[in-house]
Design a protein around this ligand. Structure first.
Ligand SMILES: NC(=O)c1ccc[n+]([C@@H]2O[C@H](COP(=O)([O-])OP(=O)(O)OC[C@H]3O[C@@H](n4cnc5c(N)ncnc54)[C@H](OP(=O)(O)O)[C@@H]3O)[C@@H](O)[C@H]2O)c1
Length: 329
């Protein structure tokens, strides 16, 4: 019997940017024993998606070509594998597909039920698709490196968030404030009002000399920095840190690993910590609940139909999104 076909967007080799994306008809995937088949409603793009296409993680990712990119999706369960217990046909869900196999720029995708969370009816598909990588990175770096407690029971800290207007940064600002911390943020001039409206106590325009110095306008020293952009060296952070201040770097490259090693080996009280997300169902459930309760807002930069996925891809590569870029199926 011929398998049912779906529209998907894939690439066949490294490189090529938006013009490397091809619109194709491919078979709808079949869920394995413990997987669900989701009819996708929204997918969000993360910078790692086009970094994988550029070959940054070769030869590890993608596992094979052709490759349908993007991992952060939400939609409706339309079929379940025989051993799926937690979901049934018709359930609305949020999930993160796996990086080696991805599959988000398509009409349907399969994923293990263990990495899937129920989507509250109050949370839209686009809001839900904003959460898997960006939201969980913000949540987990704040708790795991920053020691932040979102119920506000932790000791208040001075937190700096760089690139606060990006997909991750908008969540870091809000979650840091939920934890009752003082937040200083950097972003471009056009986003200052938005970042203040999300709760930041002080905001620096990163293109001014004051912004580039990262100095807190109120003279605070930072206990925690959530560093969401690249290219700012340790020497700029160091004078702005408190005695035991820590910089959590979410874009770790070779220079970042070097700084981490040097600070460790010299027993520096001020530390540099590279951070990589390990997504969980629990993290997705927590974030979905916060959005449902009105405690966390998603910021959507723009929405594109699947037929224009290459425009969404180009927008993300451009690096000037405010919040998340969404593709709708
Ligand atoms: N480690 C992990 O597990 C993990 C997880 C998620 C993301 N990441 C990485 O984290 C980085 C950020 O991700 P994202 O999704 O937030 O990216 P994004 O949405 O593409 O970030 C774009 C935003 O960053 C702002 N920006 C750029 N350079 C800046 C600077 N020097 N100072 C202040 N703001 C600046 C831009 O503002 P303007 O438009 O005003 O320039 C824009 O609003 C990416 O490199 C991504 O790959 C890592």
């Amino acid at each position: 019997m011929a398998s049912k076909l779906m529209h998907a967007v894939q690439y066949d080799s490294y490189g090529g940017g938006p013009s490397g994306l091809k619109h194709v008809e491919v078979p709808v995937p079949i869920p394995k024993t413990n997987e669900v088949l989701i009819k996708l409603e929204a997918t969000s793009i993360n910078p790692v998606d086009w970094k994988i296409q550029s070959g940054l993680l070769r030869p590890l990712l993608p596992r094979k070509f052709p490759f349908i990119p993007c991992t952060d999706v939400s939609g409706e369960v339309v079929e379940v594998g025989p051993q799926v217990n937690d979901f049934k046909v018709g359930d609305k869900v949020i999930t993160k597909l796996t990086n080696p196999y991805a599959g988000g720029l398509a009409e349907f995708a399969v994923v293990a039920e263990s990495s899937t969370a129920a989507r509250p009816s109050e949370v839209s598909a686009a809001e839900a698709a904003s959460l898997p990588v960006a939201g969980q990175t913000a949540r987990d770096v704040l708790t795991q490196v920053g020691g932040v407690k979102f119920d506000g029971t932790g000791e208040p800290k001075n937190i700096l968030v760089t690139a606060a207007s990006g997909g991750v940064g908008v969540f870091v600002v809000q979650l840091a404030k939920l934890g009752n911390n003082h937040v200083t943020a950097t972003c471009g001039a056009r986003n200052i009002d938005l970042i203040k409206s999300l709760g930041a106590d002080e905001v620096l325009d990163y293109k001014t000399p004051e912004g580039a110095s990262l100095k807190s306008p109120s003279g605070r020293k930072y206990d925690v920095v959530i560093h969401c952009t690249a290219g700012i060296p340790w020497s700029v952070f160091e004078p702005n840190l408190s005695e035991n201040g820590v910089v959590a770097d979410i874009t770790p490259g070779p220079r970042s690993m070097w700084t981490f090693a040097v600070k460790k080996l010299t027993f520096s009280k001020k530390q540099w910590v590279p951070f990589l997300l390990t997504p969980t169902r629990e993290g997705l459930e927590h974030l979905g609940q916060l959005v449902k309760d009105g405690k966390l807002k998603t910021i959507i930069d723009s929405k594109f139909p699947l037929s224009k996925a290459e425009d969404a891809w180009a927008k993300s590569i451009d690096g000037h999104a405010t919040g998340k870029i969404i593709v709708e199926q």
